[in-house]
Design a protein around this ligand. Structure first.
Ligand SMILES: [Zn+2]
Length: 490
């Protein structure tokens, strides 16, 4: 409770300095101080598992030899129109000819899980943004989202490595929770100028957001967990803008600030540059202001950054793979994690790469998808619909179909990546070592019951009970989020 109290007090102070903070993460705290309490010895903290916070590139690389990474991240629900916005933003190529990739921090409400799988199967990253989208989330909030992304989006547990706190509101306890749940990294903190650190591990604590007290000695010590600071754009008034920078000024102003800050990174120590958006703000919906010029501004910015031989648009997972074994720009194109081979499964299967159609009102459908329809929500999946609406207490209710039903879908086993898994037949179509996958991050609570055989046991592995009469959380949320939408508090 003490941590919460301190954070709240400081947040309140920040409101006085920067009233615009009411927008989720729009501006960082106005009174930044250097990470004076942070200390780390690079002689003992060494890659690949430990790295001290530093403004210099890792591995002793010179800035001129260092790739300039650009991370484009998307927050909140995955819906068809939002996915289209994201795809429009990522419509550029990396120097090796592969398409740009992005990371999506997914909250569960309004999310269509068939689109989660589409995003993942196309080489992008799916990460955790809690079930109900709450700040300082409980362990249950974080775990529930992870379970659903796996169960209905088919994302292997071991590929859900990242977390971002809603409203960027995290505490030491939040970070501890994600470590206990096997996440590799958090990306909720803010980097401005003095603390514009490359990603680092938390073996020696936090070195960003120190004004909240999070860097105080002993407060955070999480060996092997990475912190990927979010890199702020400093505007004309030297106020740090963080998420949704496009909302902070005219398109030309925002483009100018963004370019200036990109140059600060590119001509400096090449720290990653971030473009952090809520795609709802950049997407047209009936009854909301036209977002076209905002979106076009962001798309133009991204296209202006592309085309340089050392600028790479990557997911945070790709960035971390490079961080653990940094190579000069000249060697990046050939790294395995920078490839873009699409699996050839020989037939259309429900793996996220199948053809789906989006209707005019934005509903996804496809011949292989199951339609999960509850009173307040409607989404699709390649897997089995739950027998009741998921709730925080029971995020993965028992399947609506019995395992002997001909339409029953076979859950993805832990020895097959879902891009190779045919859930209709229950078969892994990967036949050689290049695509072999073993998910070593399955929560222990599932190990005892989950079907893990190579052929994909059709046994119903769900431990949740349909008999549990839990109030579906969606019903509660619809009201509060519709109310919140008017204030753009997403
Ligand atoms: Zn959010």
């Amino acid at each position: 409770m003490k941590v919460l109290t301190i954070t709240t007090a400081l947040l309140a102070a920040a409101f006085l300095v920067a009233p615009a903070l009411a927008q989720e993460g729009a501006t960082a705290g106005g009174t930044q101080t250097a990470a004076s309490s942070y200390s780390c010895d690079p002689n003992t903290c060494k890659l690949p598992n430990c790295l001290c916070a530093s403004t210099s590139p890792p591995g002793g690389l010179q800035p001129k030899d260092t790739p300039q990474f650009v991370v484009i991240t998307f927050d909140d629900s995955v819906q068809s129109k939002l996915l289209q916005t994201a795809q429009d933003m990522l419509n550029v190529k990396n120097p090796n000819g592969c398409p740009a990739k992005g990371s999506w921090y997914v909250s569960m409400e309004y999310t269509d899980f068939s689109l989660v799988q589409q995003w993942y199967a196309n080489g992008n990253e799916i990460a955790d943004h809690t079930f109900t989208h709450v700040g300082s989330p409980s362990a249950q909030e974080i775990a529930a989202a992870k379970s659903m992304l796996h169960e209905y989006g088919g994302v292997p547990y071991g590929k859900i490595k990242g977390f971002r706190a809603p409203f960027l509101n995290y505490t030491a306890e939040t970070l501890s929770n994600i470590q206990q749940q096997g996440f590799q990294y958090d990306t909720s903190s803010t980097a401005t100028v003095d603390d514009c650190f490359w990603p680092y591990t938390l073996d020696n604590g936090m070195a960003n957001d120190c004004w909240t007290g999070i860097c105080d000695a002993g407060k955070v010590k999480l060996p092997g967990v990475w912190e990927l600071p979010m890199y702020a754009v400093m505007d004309n008034a030297n106020t740090p803008q963080l998420m949704d920078v496009y909302l902070a000024g005219s398109v030309s102003d925002v483009t100018g600030w963004s370019n200036n800050n990109f140059q600060r990174h590119y001509n400096g120590n090449r720290q990653p540059f971030g473009i952090y958006v809520h795609p709802t703000h950049l997407t047209n919906f009936p009854g909301t202001p036209d977002a076209s010029s905002l979106k076009n501004g962001v798309v133009s910015l991204i296209q202006s950054l592309a085309g340089k031989p050392d600028v790479w648009f990557v997911t945070n997972q790709q960035l971390l793979q490079w961080m653990q074994n940094p190579v000069p720009n000249s060697q990046l194109a050939s790294q395995p994690y920078m490839q873009c081979n699409v699996p050839n499964t020989g037939k259309e299967i429900c793996n996220g790469l199948e053809n789906i159609t989006i209707s005019a009102d934005g509903v996804a459908s496809g011949g292989l998808l199951q339609n999960c329809n509850f009173n307040t929500t409607n989404w699709h999946t390649c897997y089995n619909c739950p027998s009741s609406a998921p709730s925080l207490e029971t995020p993965v209710p028992s399947a609506s179909l019995q395992s002997n039903d001909p339409n029953y879908r076979k859950p993805v086993p832990d020895n097959c990546d879902s891009i190779w898994w045919d859930p209709v037949v229950g078969q892994c179509l990967c036949t050689d070592s290049s695509c072999a996958y073993k998910d070593t991050a399955v929560p222990s609570s599932k190990n005892s019951t989950n079907g893990t055989s190579a052929s994909g046991s059709p046994s119903d592995s769900k431990t949740g009970s349909a008999a549990n009469a839990i109030t579906p959380i969606y019903g509660i949320l619809v009201t509060s989020v519709l109310a919140g939408l008017t204030g753009l508090l997403l």
